[in-house]
Design a protein around this ligand. Structure first.
Ligand code: DSN
Length: 415
């Protein structure tokens, strides 16, 4: 990756871009929400569509010159429809948060009620955290996972819903390692007369591949990110039924956004085409197999996993018992020095803070993209263990860095 045009104009940015390519190539990218998109997706995202304004929707724009924008957006819509089986798809949200915003804006008035999972139990800022617009505009109540098992407490959610009488119940999470029973949440939503928003940002690829139960056809609204497990162009998506199609389209544009980022929409179209190929199902299955192998080996090595393991692409490690002197932030920093990039993460029953939490979250989508299998992931678990057992030992960090480098060389990226 030469970035030769950038280099001619701006060597400082070219150097940083090359640094980033090297960082991704030579390190283990284990932030559960990240992935490595294909060169085809990169190409589409770096295209001349960045120049184009295309407010409106295919066939009905507020600007001229949209024939190719129309073609590409329609391809993205058709492919997403085929992947997920939704009645209506909007591919314009700039991000998963913007997708959620569109649903709230379409269906709620300020002050209406949202019931969602607490951030420290695996929820997301855009589900109602007080620091986010959602927590400030709406009346938010939050449910939690079962403190004993780390699994979602569907009965607790139903009891809370009966008491709180929400207008929207949000399911779908950012740091929840278990299968989500969307139908069970829908039953509760039906009982209390609430809409159900299933935010599958993290598991969009697993759902598309049939590796995780789909909320499409169950929940009223399904939102997602398009660059995480599904590995398409960066951004968001909203899926709904014909009944709410116009409400959602108006809430995305002009309700919450101006011109769509057509270069990203092109990246979505290309990535969705890739996700329709049979190999994508193998990728999604291997991502889960890898996360299970990673989690099992971490457990064998003495770590405590929230819920005891995983059904999806991520594991959430609670360090408090096994490493009481090491915070998630300490572990994140030491691991990054060794070339293993993940994030410190809050855990259910958090006793530290969001800035220096008690856990770490690790995902396998990006490793799986570069060809890691379960043996590799067990090796990675052993490397994580060595670093977190001795986060201040420079020689351990140096040795692990070498082994990370070897693993990366065995599984090259962006050759
Ligand atoms: N920032 C993403 C994550 O890491 O889960 C969610 O938006």
């Amino acid at each position: 990756m030469e970035h030769e045009h950038v280099r001619n104009v701006d060597p400082a940015v070219a150097d940083a871009l090359e640094g980033e390519v090297d960082r991704q190539r030579n390190g283990l990218q284990m932030i559960a929400s990240e992935n490595h998109v294909s060169e085809a997706v990169l190409d589409a995202q770096g295209s001349v569509l960045t120049n184009k304004y295309a407010e409106g929707y295919p066939g009905s724009r507020y600007y001229g010159g949209c024939e190719y924008a129309d073609e590409i957006e329609q391809l993205a819509i058709d492919r997403a429809t085929e992947l997920f089986g939704a009645e209506h798809v909007n591919v314009q949200p700039h991000s998963g948060t913007q997708a959620n915003q569109a649903v709230y804006f379409a269906m709620l008035e300020p002050g209406d009620k949202i019931l969602s999972l607490d951030l420290t139990h695996g929820g997301h800022l855009s589900h109602g955290h007080p620091a986010n617009f959602v927590g400030q505009l709406y009346d938010v109540e939050q449910y939690e996972v079962d403190p004993g098992t780390g699994y979602l407490d569907y009965e607790g959610l139903a009891d809370l819903a009966e008491e709180f009488e929400p207008d929207v119940i949000v399911s779908g999470y950012s740091a929840y390692p278990r299968e989500i029973d969307f139908e069970r949440v829908q039953e509760t939503a039906d009982e209390v007369g609430a809409y159900h928003l299933a935010d599958i940002a993290h598991i969009t690829g697993l759902v598309a591949a049939g590796v995780h139960e789909s909320p499409v056809g169950v929940a009223d609204f399904v939102t997602g990110s398009t660059h995480k497990t599904i590995r398409a162009g960066r951004g968001g998506i909203v899926m709904t039924t014909e009944e709410f199609a116009d409400d959602i389209d108006s809430a995305v544009f002009p309700g919450g956004q101006g011109g769509p980022l057509m270069h990203n929409v092109a990246g979505k179209a290309v990535g969705f085409k890739e996700a329709l190929q049979p190999e994508f199902e193998d990728y999604a299955e291997q991502t889960v197999t890898n996360a299970k192998a990673l989690g099992e080996r971490l457990s064998e090595n003495g770590f405590s996993l929230v819920s005891g393991g995983t059904d999806n692409h991520l594991v959430l490690v609670d360090l408090r018992e096994s490493h009481p002197e090491t915070s998630g932030g300490d572990a994140e920093e030491a691991l990054e020095a060794a070339g293993i990039v993940l994030n410190g993460n809050t855990v259910p029953g958090e006793t530290r803070s969001a800035f220096d939490p008690s856990g770490i979250r690790a995902g396998t989508p990006a490793l799986t993209t570069r060809g890691f299998d379960e043996d590799d992931c067990r090796r990675v678990a052993d490397l994580i263990t060595r670093v977190v057992d001795a986060p201040e030992d420079e020689s351990v960090i140096e040795e692990v860095r070498e082994e990370v480098r070897a693993l990366c060389d065995e599984n090259p990226l962006y050759e």
